[in-house]
Design a protein around this ligand. Structure first.
Ligand SMILES: Cc1ncc(COP(=O)(O)O)c(C=O)c1O
Length: 392
């Protein structure tokens, strides 16, 4: 995959000096933390954007049928799912949709369940809407994260808990939930009348022999399922992306679109529209290359970390790896400061995703093999002379 060699010309969040200073305590950091790619975007997307810009009129636009059809065909081709385009709702971001869902389908102080360690904005949106975070923490067993179904069942029964948000594939631990696991989740939600929000933004980055199952598949069994997704992660379009939600239940759909309308959040962006159509219609072979590159990067990390005290939790999906430092450090602050200071590599501290992530770190590997290998060697070197701790 080709790296975009003009990245340093862009005001990217991941290398914003004031952000680096506040997170890492210094600005000379090589950023491997924000989940976006360093690859050049797919040629068909670039060409479509250039062509659209050459038609330099930018009046108000609507989303033509070709837009939702591109999404429909993508789901059909890749997942064998027949989307009903009448069920699609668009909003500026997934987090916007989740905030609106929380506001419209729960009350202040209701419990919203999340499976920690998990994407930190779930926590932020729950707090910002004055709901309560209820953790159904994942369990790590034999180097793979599992859902604690007994805990989920018990918490789902509590009257105050109204919504479960899942992340599939799971950011940051990289699990791709199986059909069987999703079936159990849906059953528990149905038995307890919980709204199920499935965030599937990472759905297209499925690695090795794993298989993605969308929660859309269970909508015939249970209507109170909402799937949120976008093309942002898949095609490296975070800077121009919007998001879509698949909402088969008419009442839920009307409620959400009513609120989006109230705040005028439905405006179409001409460039987003063009990029998304080109991506879903013609971006498939580029994506296959990305997946191969990510798998190769994981292979290199496995090799580098073999016989070291840092353990790799091998991802089944996403372009992030979750690194286990529990054999090296006892204190999460010490881990973060030591690795950051000595390697100069900017990773996400695991506890940013909830305290269950303490003594882990997340690394974005959507870049060249050379850069990933160099970064992991530098990280490895920082811990090589530390005394091994006992297995926790
Ligand atoms: C699981 C998950 N959901 C949502 C997002 C962000 O999506 P949006 O910008 O549309 O809110 C991210 C970004 O990293 C993510 O990992």
């Amino acid at each position: 995959m080709k790296i975009d060699n003009k990245l340093s010309e862009l005001p990217l969040t991941k290398s914003k000096p004031s952000t680096l200073e506040s997170l890492f305590g210094k600005t000379d950091i090589e950023p491997f933390w924000v989940a976006d790619m360093e690859f050049e975007i797919a040629k068909p997307i670039q060409e479509a954007l250039v062509q659209r810009i050459s038609n330099s009129s930018f009046g108000y636009e609507y989303k033509p049928n070709s837009f939702s059809n591109a999404q429909k065909n993508w789901y059909q081709r890749n997942y064998g799912i027949e989307l009903n385009t009448d069920h699609l709702i668009y909003s500026p971001s997934i987090t916007t949709t989740i905030a609106v869902l929380l506001e419209n389908f729960s009350s202040e102080h209701n419990g919203i369940m999340i499976q920690t360690p998990v994407f930190m904005e779930f926590r932020d949106v729950i707090r910002n809407t004055k709901r309560r975070i209820v953790k159904n923490a994942l369990r790590l067993s034999s180097n793979q994260y599992q859902i604690d179904f007994q805990d989920l069942q018990e918490k789902a029964k509590l009257e105050n808990n109204r919504i479960l948000i899942i992340c599939n594939p799971h950011n940051p631990v990289g699990r791709v939930w199986t059909n069987e696991e999703l079936k159990q989740i849906v059953r528990i939600c149905k038995e307890n009348d919980l709204l199920l929000i499935s965030d599937e933004i990472h759905k297209d980055i499925i690695l090795f022999d794993n298989q993605f199952t969308s929660a859309v598949k269970f909508i015939e069994d249970y209507e109170k399922i909402i799937v949120c997704t976008s093309e942002a992660k898949t095609f490296n379009l975070c800077g121009i992306s919007d998001s879509m939600a698949i909402i088969p239940n008419e009442d839920i759909r009307n409620s959400i679109s009513g609120t989006l309308k109230k705040y005028n959040l439905g405006r179409t962006n001409a460039l987003t529209r063009v990029a998304l159509e080109a991506a879903y219609n013609n971006g498939g072979s580029w994506l296959n290359e990305v997946i191969k590159t990510i798998e190769n990067n994981i292979g290199s990390i496995e090799k580098e970390l073999a016989n070291t005290k840092i353990k790799l939790i091998k991802p089944e999906g996403t372009y992030q790896v979750w690194l286990d430092f529990r054999n090296v450090f006892k204190d999460t602050k010490e881990m973060f400061n030591h690795v950051t200071e000595k390697s100069g590599i900017g990773l996400n501290a695991g506890h940013w995703f909830g305290r269950e992530g303490a003594l882990f770190m997340r690394m974005n590997i959507a870049t060249s093999n050379e850069k990933v290998t160099d970064a992991i060697r530098r990280i490895k070197k920082t811990v090589s002379n530390r005394v091994s701790l006992e297995e926790p």
